[in-house]
Structures are given as C-alpha cells and as structure tokens.
Design a protein around this ligand. Structure first.
Ligand SMILES: Nc1nc2c(ncn2[C@@H]2O[C@H](COP(=O)(O)OP(=O)(O)OP(=O)(O)O)[C@@H](O)[C@H]2O)c(=O)[nH]1
Ligand SMILES: [Mg+2]
Length: 440
C-alpha cells in the first residue's frame, strides 16, 4: 500500500497530471471549432501521450476555417457546404449539416474511438454551429455517445445584434425543453469573459480576447479533469473520477468556481477569509454565473495544498467551515462532499487551490431574461425604424415634373399653370388672386 502511494506520488508533479477522462470535442461553426481546437491542444506528458484529447471540427466557411490552426496533429477539419458559410442563417446551417450527416457519423466514430466522453461545442448565435447543434446531438446520440456527451455553448454578448441573439434564443429554447434527456451543459458567457478581459487588458483587441477565452475554457475543463485524478486524497472523502463521472451524467448545467491563495495567508481557524472568498468566487463563477445553486443535484469542493501546509490547514474546523458553506449554498444536493488533497512540496508555488463544482442546475434565469430583453429592444428599434421609413416626410406633397436647368425655367415651369396636372390648384388659385390684386 505504502509502495503504491509512493509510486503514485512520484508521478504527481505539476507537469505530469493524470486525467479522469479522455475527452473528445466536436466543434461546429467558427466559435465551436475555435474552442474545440483549443481544448484539444491541451498537452500532457502522461504515458507519452502529448495530446490526450481529440477534436473534430466542422464549418461551412473556408476563410474562418483557415483561421483555426490546431497544434494537435490529430485534430480533423471537415468543411461542409460550398465554403462560403451560412451567413447567420440557422436553417441553412442545419441543412448543410444534414447533407453530410452520414459522412459526419463516420468521422465521429473514427475520431472519437478512444474518447470516453465527447463535448459538442457551439458558439450560439451564428448560422452554422447554432443551426446544426440539434443535428450534432443526434450524431452523438446515435453513434455510441448517448449518456456520454455534454454541450459547451457560448452565450452571445449583448451588442451582437438581433439575428445573433434571436438565433441563440431559438436553440436555447429547444435545448431547454430537452435538457433532462441530454448530458451536462457548460455555458460560456462571452459577455462575462469579455468584460473581465477588458478590465484586465484595456489595450487588448477582440482577437486577443477570443484566443484568451478559448484557452481559458480549455484550461478550466482540463483542470477539472485532472484535479479529480491526479492528487493524493487526504481524509475520508475523495472527489475522484467516479464522482466526476456522476456529474457528467447529471443532466442540467454545470457551474464551477476556483481560486487560489498563498498558503501563508490562509489560517485554518479563520474560516471567514477563505470561505467568504470561496463563496464570492462561487457567485462569480469561472465561465458563467447567475445560477440558482440551491437546485444543484451534485456538489463537490476540492482543496489542494502543499504537503507541509496541509498538516496545518486541514483541521476539523477547516473542513466544517467548508461543509457548512456548501450545505447552505446547495440545499438540494444529496451529497455535499469536501475533498482534501495534497501535492508535493517540490511544486514551485505554495498556493492552496480551491475548486468547486455544481451539477444539475437550471439555466441562469437572469442572464437568459436579459438576452430576451435585448432581443425585445432590438425588435422595438426595428419596428420604429420601419415605421419611420413608412412615414413620408413630404406626405401630401405632389412633386413637380420639371427637370429643366434653372436658367431655362419660366414662371409656369416653377409654379405651373391651372391646366398643369402636376401643379397645385390651390397654389394657382392663390396666385390668380394675387395677380388680380396686383394687376399682373
Ligand atoms: N468564446 C468564443 N466565442 C466565439 C468565438 N467565435 C465566435 N464566438 C461566438 O459564437 C457566436 C457565433 O458565431 P460563429 O461561431 O462565428 O457562427 P457560425 O456558427 O460560424 O455561423 P455562420 O458564420 O453564420 O455560418 C458569436 O456570436 C460569438 O458570440 C470564439 O473564438 N470564442
Ligand atoms: Mg462562421
């Protein structure tokens, strides 16, 4: 036993993290393929497998596709349609996918033959990914990944306009209705990530932001996958791969939060500092926020500390603080485990890492309502614009038919005579009156 632990411990350096699952990523459309590609570019040194994940990327737009440049040599790109994109038209995106559905079935089977679990990744709002997301679910359900797939969906930013928000809402509504029959869903809130990125990088660009956000999603997911498999559990409970599997089999949304702090700043007897911080980070979330955590069906909190710090830190009081925080946050969860781990001191930093995961959640109501409000506002603006277009600024005015140069214009050209169809009778009558009065 001792020997096994020691062996295991030797493997557990920062660079050599084990994973619970070999994920596959099926990316659709530009957002979906960019994120899926970043996820499959995660590298590890375990069992000589540099790239443990694999990806299949599908898009209709050749130019967008060329911009996605996977490092992972096993990532496969598959262009559907004529290469010109689906131009935000979800019906077109869906039809182009259906045309190639059989080929996609085959590609999914080969590309994910080694995958335990596949994430279908889509940036909600466009024509290709959003249009084909339901068909993508069908592909996975009918090719061996029923109960072994989840969704990673980005929510658009508010400024992205009527069509984008409307497309996103249309598909969210369908997914929401079917949610209990689907796997877990991870929402990536582009507005939240964009705001955070802009605060930290005021000089940054949208392109920088997108690269950052895609890597950020990839790292967050990989972190979750490794923390459940890599470290030495201390104490009675271990949030291990089988616990993680349960979460991945729980329908509904997955929410996660994490933070780290210098171990010297954490005092086991002063729960307020770290449990308040953890609560704050749970509210902020990593990829999205606004969940009603009371509805969580599964919860886990993992803490990871340096071996020498763990002795000082992992007291009864420490665990009780975290347990009571979780118990008061996720009232409905059946299990509210706190798992403690230690890592080798040779790891460079002396941080304590806190991770929390909530599964089986409902959609974040306020965020979805805000999208619907934005959509309503766009509709009102559009309606007002159409009405303004209909309104004729010169209503009641009848145009004159003359096109002559100004020097050629006679008085009649300018104002017409009584028999001129284009003239205004009233104007002529008035003029006649004037002419009589001034003996013209
Ligand atoms: N996080 C993130 N979101 C992205 C990225 N690219 C696009 N998005 C989001 O995804 C949404 C859909 O856009 P695309 O993925 O370009 O659309 P598409 O599926 O290719 O559809 P068409 O271009 O209309 O055929 C956008 O409105 C963005 O909110 C990306 O690289 N990262
Ligand atoms: Mg596109």
């Amino acid at each position: 036993m001792e020997q096994t632990l020691q062996n295991r411990e030797q493997q557990l350096s920062h660079e050599n993290k084990e994973m619970s699952f070999r994920f596959g990523f099926l990316g659709l459309g530009m957002g979906g393929t960019s994120i899926a590609s970043a996820c499959a570019d995660v590298e590890t040194n375990i069992t000589n497998k540099k790239y443990p994940y694999s990806a299949l990327l599908i898009n209709t737009n050749q130019i967008d596709f060329d911009k996605v440049t996977p490092r992972n040599p096993n990532t496969v790109k598959f262009l559907i349609g004529d290469g010109k994109g689906a131009g935000r038209d979800i019906n077109m995106g869906e039809s182009l996918y259906i045309e190639k559905a059989e080929e996609i079935d085959k590609l999914v089977t080969t590309q994910f033959s080694q995958s335990d679990f596949v994430w279908l990744v889509v940036g909600l709002g466009g024509g290709t990914g959003t249009g084909s997301v339901i068909q993508g679910i069908k592909t996975l359900m009918t090719n061996g990944f029923k109960k072994k797939f989840g969704l990673i969906l980005t929510l658009p930013r508010f400024v992205e306009g009527h069509t984008v928000i409307n497309n996103a809402l249309q598909r969210l509504q369908k997914i929401y209705a079917a949610m209990q029959g689907l796997g877990p869903i991870i929402l990536v809130d582009n507005q939240k990530l964009f705001d955070e990125y802009r605060n930290e990088h005021p000089q940054g660009s949208i392109a920088d932001y997108l690269t950052y956000s895609n890597k950020y999603v990839a790292d967050a997911l990989h972190d979750l996958n490794t923390v459940t498999a890599s470290y030495l559990p201390v104490g009675e409970y271990h949030f291990d791969s089988s616990e993680f599997r349960k979460m991945l089999q729980t329908p509904g949304l997955i929410h996660f939060a994490r933070f780290s702090a210098k171990s010297a700043t954490i005092d086991a007897g002063q729960g307020l500092s770290y449990s308040t911080k953890l609560k704050q980070e749970i509210d902020n979330g990593v990829l999205s926020s606004g969940y009603n955590l009371e509805q969580a069906k599964q919860v886990a909190v993992s803490v990871l500390a340096n071996k020498s710090d763990s002795k000082r830190l992992y007291t009864f009081e420490f665990v009780e603080q975290l347990e009571s925080l979780i118990a008061s946050t996720a009232l409905a969860a059946k299990e509210k485990p706190v798992a403690l781990y230690e890592y080798e001191s040779r790891r460079q930093d002396n941080n304590v890492y806190f991770y929390s995961v909530f599964a089986g959640l409902d959609f974040p109501e306020a965020r979805i309502s805000a999208l619907m409000d934005a959509e309503r506002q766009f509709e009102e603006i559009q309606k007002a614009n159409e009405e303004a277009k209909k309104k004729d600024l010169f209503a009641g005015f009848q145009a004159s038919s003359n096109n002559k140069q100004s020097e050629d214009l006679s008085f009649d050209d300018l104002f017409g005579d009584k028999n001129d169809d284009n003239s205004s009778d009233k104007l002529n009558d008035d003029f006649d009156d004037l002419a009589k009065r001034f003996n013209l």
